[in-house]
Design a protein around this ligand. Structure first.
Ligand code: SAM
Length: 263
């Protein structure tokens, strides 16, 4: 196992070393430097707009969460330094809305990397609506239940799980990936999922070997491989009571944004 944050000569390899335009951060970054995908400079390579441009600003209304009738809770899994969390919030809750309406939409972001969470907390421009906590989703999720209880809700209305699945999969194996999906499905009405494609796994493992470090704990024994997003869809639909309701197309990194809904 890796310690949560170990740096080996900087967290990224220069983009100039990459020859194809579709190469993405999980391929160009040094996984030895950020073995959980906890890159310190993630948003310099993957600005929030890359994904937000695919999502309608009316997403919450489209899902039936409108007119401030109820508290709407959003969960951001593996939120890194919080830039996408805040940008997503601003994207779906326009600034022109009354402050009271903004308060009715609350976003909780969490990440296992405490330093990234400190940065997210320090730079948070919307502390009355957006909050960040350190949490490893593969361990204990009591804090998520506490948050739901505080807001008198049984589930998050929308859960974002963007560019996290590969890191849980590589570090915790097939069982860890399926547990993650099951756990998120059990606490969410809607789940927006961006799973990294298999080519990113190969690149992450290759980079680690180049550093002379042992492989990710589970890479060679993974049975879930190939079309990971399709495997995730199957698991969510067959075992978690969710259904795919929309695909928002592919990002510039060739990743789909899949929206699931509790049946
Ligand atoms: C590639 S970044 C993606 C950040 C953000 N979700 C986005 O898409 O912009 C992956 C993040 O997942 C976090 N992460 C990985 N495994 C995690 C776990 N078990 N629990 C919580 N966060 C985790 C990493 O620390 C990292 O910040």
């Amino acid at each position: 196992m890796f310690s949560t944050r170990t740096y080996f000569g900087g967290a990224h390899i220069a983009m100039a070393t990459c020859s194809t335009s579709s190469v993405d951060i999980e391929e160009i970054n040094n996984p030895g430097a950020a073995p959980y995908g906890n890159f310190i400079n993630y948003y310099t390579f993957n600005p929030p707009e890359n994904r937000l441009s695919l999502l309608p600003a009316t997403l919450l209304q489209d899902l039936g969460y409108k007119d401030g009738h109820q508290t709407t809770l959003i969960l951001d899994v593996g939120c890194n330094s919080g830039e996408l969390s805040v940008a997503f919030y601003k994207h779906v809750v326009p600034a022109c809305e009354e402050e009271s309406d903004r308060r009715k939409v609350n976003l909780l972001g969490f990440d296992l990397d405490e330093i990234l969470i400190q940065r997210a907390q320090q730079n948070n421009p919307l502390p009355s609506s957006v909050s960040f906590i350190p949490l490893d989703i593969t361990k204990d999720a009591d804090q998520l239940q506490d948050y739901l209880n505080q807001h008198s809700c049984s589930q998050f209305h929308l859960c974002l799980c963007l560019a996290v699945t590969m890191w849980v999969h590589l570090n915790h194996g097939d069982a860890g990936l399926l547990q993650l999906l099951s756990r998120l499905a059990s606490i969410s009405q809607h789940l927006l999922l961006e799973a990294q494609p298999w080519k990113c796994y190969r690149s992450a493992a290759r980079r680690l070997r180049k550093l002379g470090r042992s492989d990710f704990d589970h890479f060679k024994t993974l049975k879930i491989r190939g079309d990971v997003a399709e495997h995730a869809r199957e698991h969510l639909e067959r075992h978690c009571g969710m259904e795919l309701i929309q695909s928002f197309g592919s990002t510039t990194w060739d990743r789909k944004l899949l929206l699931f809904k509790r049946r």
